[in-house]
Structures are given as C-alpha cells and as structure tokens.
Design a protein around this ligand. Structure first.
Ligand code: SF4
Ligand code: SF4
Length: 378
C-alpha cells in the first residue's frame, strides 16, 4: 500500500486535532536537510552548487531531532544533498522513528545497497529513491550513466529485506506521456514499490537547467495524457488522490506554503522548500515572521508556474480530510482527463519577484566563518 494505514490514521487525527483547536497554520511534513553535499551533480538541482565550506557543513543529530520536536509535523522527509553521506544518518533516522514520526529518506540510491544493513525495516521508515524515468531518461537527468541500474538494484535488495520503498520522480518536459506511463507501470508492477511520488519540474531560481521545467498549462495537459493510459488506476502513488486530480487540472488549489517547512544548515528557510528568501532561527520565528499571504500562485511572480507537491499537497490533504466523499469519488472513478479544466488563478495582481539569494548566501557564509573564528579563539 502506498501509505501505511497507521500513517493515514495519524495524519488524519493530527489535522482534525489542529482544526478542533482552531489552529489555522500547521506543518504536515518537515523537510529536514542535514547536508547539501551530494555524490551526483544533476543539472536540475538547485542544492549542490554551494561553495565547499557550505557543502562540508552538517546538522548534528541533536539539531535534527530538535527540529523534529519543535516543528511537530507527523511526517519527516529527509532530502539533501545525499543524506546517506551524513555519517550520523542512522542515528537521525532512529531518533525520528523512536518519536513515532514517519520518515522518508530521500536518496539517489548510489550508497543505498551497502548501507541497508545499518537500518531496520519498520512502517515508520520509507526509502524514497530518486528515479526520473526509465534508464535513458534517468541517466540523462542525473548526468551520469549507470545510476539507473544501481538504483534499481538497490530498490530490489531493499524490498527483499523488507523495507518500504518509494520512487520519487520529477517529470520534465522531455518525457512523453507514454514514456511516463511506461515508467509508472515499471515502478508498480516490476519493482513493486509501495508508492510513487511525482512532481512536475519547477524552475528553482538557482537550478542550472531552467529550460526543461514545465509550466502550469503544460503540466496539466501532460498529467491528463498520462492518466489516460490504460492501467493508470493500478499505479500506486504516495500522494493524495486530490493532489493528482489537481495536477490534471481539475482543482483550483492555492498553495499552502507553511505545509512543508524546511530546516537546513542555515536555519528555517523562508518561506518554502523551493524559494529561499532568508532564514529564521527557530520554527516559531518562521511561522510568525513570514508574511504568508505574499506567497503562492497569484500572489508572487516566482510562484506563477509552481504546482509542486511541497506547496499543493498540504492543500489537497486538508481538502481530503474536509471533503472525504469528493476524494473517494476521484479515487473510485480515477482522475478526470476530459473536459474543461478548473479555472486558473488570476496572475494580474501578483507582486514582482525579489532576487535576494546571492546576498543572502554571502551573509550566511560570512556569519558561519565569523562563528568558526570565534569558536577557535575561545
Ligand atoms: S541526487 Fe538530488 S541532491 Fe543530488 S544532485 Fe541530484 S537532485 Fe541534487
Ligand atoms: S507556490 Fe508555494 S510552494 Fe510553490 S514556490 Fe510559491 S510558496 Fe513555494
């Protein structure tokens, strides 16, 4: 099953608890980035082009677990960089599992096979393996031949050892609907993974390859064409049915930018996982200091084309809990691939983009260097 029943129950109860207490803004998934260093250099990656002093920084086990406690989200996703490079990743995962939170360890799987024996299978842990399509597509997307074969071999081994495995894929516009359908068939029926997480490519402001990211209109059509394929109802996605329905243009959702807060080596990233416009020192400061209404499609130029799960899955999940019958209908009938699409958000009043990133990293690097100097002198 894509998402364990115990996880569905916990997340549903968590959302209901917040609603009953009148809490409007609460996180669903903590994006915990314990390091930026990676053993690949994908052209679509906005994370790994930092200087060495930043790539060498790690969040400690204590810092990671404090972030988990402070944030309180029921699910913790650990992207990177490549988390398996972090020497204390096993302790970090064990600490989160001990708190009965659901961990998704995102990995390109190059180091997975040799590290599997350090982990223990549990419904609380899922390896979320980055695969961007079948062999030719994937190896091109990550700019290194041989990675697909290694990742697939690691997935088969992990499954054989009793681990839950998820495939995490970004669809870029070079992939046709037929190729995407073939890939989803492969993941579901051949690899037998528990679930697939799919997101349209989105132009991270710093990703070197800006050409192939999808715009909203193209995204919706591509997902309609993909879901038209025979067998689509059998694919197992680890995302809510209503999020998939949104990707196919059937829901006019607004972004929930506080749904997936990010903690990394700099602090709590403002405002969301994709945009980087400053840092807060604490989770509470993040929630209190960001002017949330200034973000999301229709509010801000940088958000115009975004349909990514970190902003829109929390909206879909909240909608599912509020309107379970609507979600059930889509689940039973499949995603609608015909007819008018839901109205698009008007972009006339969005505020212009602000480009603050370069200055921000300079300041953060400087701060880190000063702190290190201070510690040396003490
Ligand atoms: S595997 Fe992930 S973190 Fe590493 S370079 Fe590729 S996209 Fe970036
Ligand atoms: S739409 Fe939401 S998730 Fe997407 S970049 Fe904007 S704030 Fe972030």
């Amino acid at each position: 099953m894509a998402v364990p029943v115990i996880q569905q129950v916990r997340v549903g109860a968590y959302i209901m608890g917040k609603k009953l207490r009148g809490v409007e803004k609460y996180p669903l998934v903590l994006m915990l980035e314990p390091l930026f260093r990676c053993n690949l250099a994908c052209p679509g990656c906005g994370k790994i082009d930092y200087e060495d002093d930043i790539l060498n920084k790690r969040l400690s086990v204590e810092e990671c677990l404090k972030a988990v406690d402070d944030c309180g989200a029921p699910i913790v996703s650990i992207p990177g960089g490549e988390p398996l490079i972090h020497k204390e990743i096993v302790q970090i995962v064990e600490g989160i599992v001990a708190r009965k939170k659901f961990v998704y360890l995102c990995t390109n799987a190059l180091l997975l096979e040799k590290n599997l024996s350090k982990f223990t299978p549990t419904p609380y842990l899922t390896f979320s393996v980055h695969l961007d399509g079948m062999e030719a597509h994937h190896d091109k997307a990550v700019a290194q031949p041989g990675t697909f074969k290694r990742a697939v071999s690691a997935i088969r081994k992990a499954k054989a050892m009793g681990f839950r495995v998820n495939v995490n894929c970004t669809l870029f516009d070079q992939m046709s609907a037929t190729e995407a359908a073939e890939f989803f068939d492969f993941c579901t029926h051949d690899l037998g993974v528990e679930g697939i997480t799919v997101s349209p490519g989105y132009a991270y402001e710093r990703a070197p390859d800006q050409e192939h990211f999808l715009s909203r209109k193209k995204t919706k059509q591509l997902f309609r064409d993909v879901f038209k394929h025979e067998g689509a109802k059998k694919w197992r996605f680890s995302q809510s049915t209503l999020f998939l329905d949104f990707l196919a243009g059937n829901q006019s959702y607004k972004c929930t930018p506080w749904g997936n807060p990010t903690r990394n080596i700099f602090g709590w990233q403002k405002p969301c996982y994709l945009l980087n416009e400053g840092y807060a020192d604490t989770f509470q400061e993040l929630m209190d200091s960001v002017e949330w209404d200034k973000y999301g499609t229709g509010n801000y130029e940088k958000c115009a084309d975004c349909m990514v799960h970190c902003g829109y899955e929390p909206t879909a999940v909240t909608d599912t809990v509020s309107h379970p019958l609507k979600a059930l209908k889509v689940f039973l009938n499949g995603v609608n691939t015909e007819g008018e699409m839901a109205p698009e958000i008007n972009l006339d009043n969005q505020r212009p983009a602000e480009f603050v990133f370069e200055g921000l990293v300079k300041t953060l690097s400087q701060k880190m260097a000063e702190k290190a100097e201070g510690e040396k002198a003490a």
